[in-house]
Design a protein. Sequence first.
Length: 139
Amino acid sequence: MKLSHIPLRVVTGAYILHAGIQKWSGDEDTAKAVHGMASGAYPVFASMPPTRYLRLLAAGEIATGGVLLAPMVSTARAGAALTGFSGALLGLYAKTPGMRKPGSIWPSPQGIAVSKDSWLFAIGLALLADALADRGGKH
């Protein structure tokens, strides 16, 4: 792992891991709120019980955060995990009514927190690009 990857992986990994741990013990109201937003953007989750969905999301966040924090995981794998995870969050931003200003990609006040996941997506892409450049012998 390159020295420049450490802050990217540690900060994003710790943040995502913490979010997953918090969700793991989330209450019924939290589960319903998170599930409602997710099933609106991704209808495949609509039939899943809210508490089960929250646990599934928490497990995904814990796994993604752990992958980013584990130094033995390659940069390519860590970048791919972060890109996939944050891409799904950006899909939620794009598909949920009220997250964006009408006719715009820019966030509404309700969408600011989710729109910031674009930074996670950019970090994932940067890690992937760096890993691919290293494989090609370029620096």
